[in-house]
Design a protein around this ligand. Structure first.
Ligand code: FAD
Length: 485
């Protein structure tokens, strides 16, 4: 009997667990370690952040699903990885610490034959002074953050109902932050709510971002087909913000927040401030912060993980200049180069390079978005890693029939811009591939027939449909595996 240990029950790890169990059945153990007792459909946190959904609508308890599927669940935090074992355990193991239940506070060594690290991003609020829901800004990165944002947003809306002007500032809260799409979606939803209440005259809406140009979204921008024309995402994003009455500050590296005031440096090296009444700023992301040790107990963290704390996989980490990067630098199977029974899926894997051009101010401050890994690739990667691990267990061969390069697969991103059967709106963007491949597609960097941008009510319906469909799939209900990631 083989043991597959999965760390993290987010979009990638949970998908991996469901597929691993589907393929390995009762003959092998699938164990998942995750600190949160709930699964959350993160993309719908935006709607929690504007009061259109309750946290209960975007989450469900993991334990009953895992019990039904025969997956062993440990509500714990992974602390360290020991790929070679130690003097006591002669195979790979992970030290975990329980965060709930009768074992709360206790540590345990969980051994494995195959390890899938899907611990996602650590929301690194601490990297920016004053940032985060415990300090002076809001967040929509988790359902409880989003619920807290809605509480604060209501206070601003109430003040506006009484005739008081309010400044809203939404975007990136660190010079190297990613996930611009989520922030973009949130400001559009705030604009929609303000408009719904006929309070536009009292709202000063601002987008602040580390992007060189709007619409970069951490993927170096794209050219999209729109109404028969080919449009750069810069124009696409700017026109959407304009339509919603949002002004913008770009090339901004936010480095400090005080009550009601953001401090940022721009790419010209100038220091500026921007005052706000309500701010939602995405923090920098790092890896989960796990350590790694060899069998002698020596620290091998820097061998296993990249400097940003994300796990190294089968990618090119040589650090060559931006102009020399290629689509083929991106990983295919997400296998760690040092330990072949170890994989990293979703945001937990270290990208080989940024997709946006690295830029720095004359003061040496790096200001550009790091690469996003959105829900769709995170789910697909979780699935193919589980398929390959199951294949290896069943055949005993170290071969990987399934691949999922972000430089080959496409992704769809639906940015909702309002809610409701008739008035709901969304900007739908599809890109293929996610990482531009200028060798294969020298004209536009991507397949222009599959790289599309449209805005309309249909997108809102699609987003709502995806909310219910993906929660249904994640609950492992009948036919779940027929629903694509
Ligand atoms: C507000 C918001 C809106 C978004 N909207 C969209 C969208 O519309 N479309 C889209 O495609 N993408 C969207 N994304 C991105 C998408 O949510 C992510 O790509 C996706 O969640 C990444 O999946 P993951 O499994 O890698 O990480 P996560 O979903 O973050 O899961 C990581 C898991 O690991 C657990 N974990 C962390 N540390 C440890 C540890 N030490 N030990 C064990 N477990 C650990 C966490 O608790 C969590 O369960 C959005 C993101 C945000 C924040």
């Amino acid at each position: 009997m083989a043991k597959v240990l999965i760390l993290g029950a987010g979009i990638s790890g949970h998908t991996a667990a469901l597929y691993a169990k589907k393929y390995l059945k009762k003959q092998h153990d699938v164990i998942i370690v995750s600190p949160n007792s709930n699964y959350q459909w993160v993309p719908s946190n935006i709607w929690v952040g504007v009061g259109l959904m309750k946290p209960d609508q975007v989450k469900f308890k993991l334990a009953p699903v895992y019990k039904k599927k025969g997956i062993i669940y440990k509500q714990a935090l992974a602390i360290s990885i020991h790929p070679e074992g130690d003097s006591e355990i002669k195979k790979g193991f992970v030290t975990i610490k329980y965060v709930a239940g009768e074992n709360e506070g206790q540590e345990e060594k969980v051994d494995y034959d195959f390890l899938i690290n899907a611990t996602g991003p650590k929301l690194n609020f601490a990297a920016t002074e004053g940032l985060g829901p415990d300090k002076f800004t809001n967040s929509v990165c988790t359902y409880d953050h989003a619920a807290h944002s809605w509480e604060n947003l209501q206070k601003s809306l109430e003040k506006m109902e009484k005739g008081e002007k309010q400044t809203f500032l939404v975007g990136t809260g660190h010079p190297l932050a990613t996930c611009q799409g989520a922030a973009f979606e949130y400001i559009l939803n705030i604009a929609f709510e303000v408009n719904k209440r006929k309070l536009n005259h009292l709202a000063d809406l601002w987008w602040i971002s580390n992007e060189y140009e709007l619409g970069d979204f951490g993927m170096g921008g794209a050219y999209v087909k729109r109404n028969g024309y080919i449009t750069p995402t810069k124009i696409f994003a700017e026109s959407i913000l304009k339509e919603h009455g949002v002004r913008w500050i770009k090339r901004a590296g936010v480095h400090k927040v005080e009550k009601g005031k953001v401090y940022y440096e721009n790419l010209a090296g100038e220091q500026h401030t921007k005052e706000f009444d309500f701010a939602m700023l995405i923090p920098g992301f790092t890896g989960a912060g796990m350590k790694a040790f060899n069998k002698l107990g020596e620290d091998i963290t820097s061998t296993i993980f990249a400097a940003n704390g994300m796990m190294k996989v089968d990618a090119d980490y040589s650090g060559k200049p931006f102009e020399e990067w290629k689509a083929s630098d991106w990983p295919l199977i997400y296998q760690n180069p040092s330990y072949d029974n170890m994989y990293a899926a979703g945001i937990a894997f270290a990208p080989p390079h940024t997709m946006s051009k690295p830029m720095q101010s004359p003061n040496g401050t790096k200001i550009f978005p790091t690469p996003p890994r959105t829900g769709m690739p995170s789910g697909v990667i979780g699935k193919i890693v589980a398929q390959n691990v199951a294949h290896r267990i069943k055949t005993g061969k170290n071969e990987h029939p399934h691949e999922a390069s972000m430089a080959k697969m496409g992704a769809a991103c639906i940015v909702s811009a309002g809610y409701g059967p008739i008035k709901g709106q969304a900007a739908v963007m599809t890109v293929k591939p996610i990482v531009a491949d200028w060798e294969k597609y020298p004209k536009w960097g991507r397949n222009i027939n599959d790289t599309v941008g449209v805005v309309g009510t249909a997108g809102h319906w699609m987003k709502l449909f995806m909310h219910y469909m993906f929660l249904y799939k994640a609950k492992g209900k009948a036919g779940w595996s027929l629903i694509p990631e």
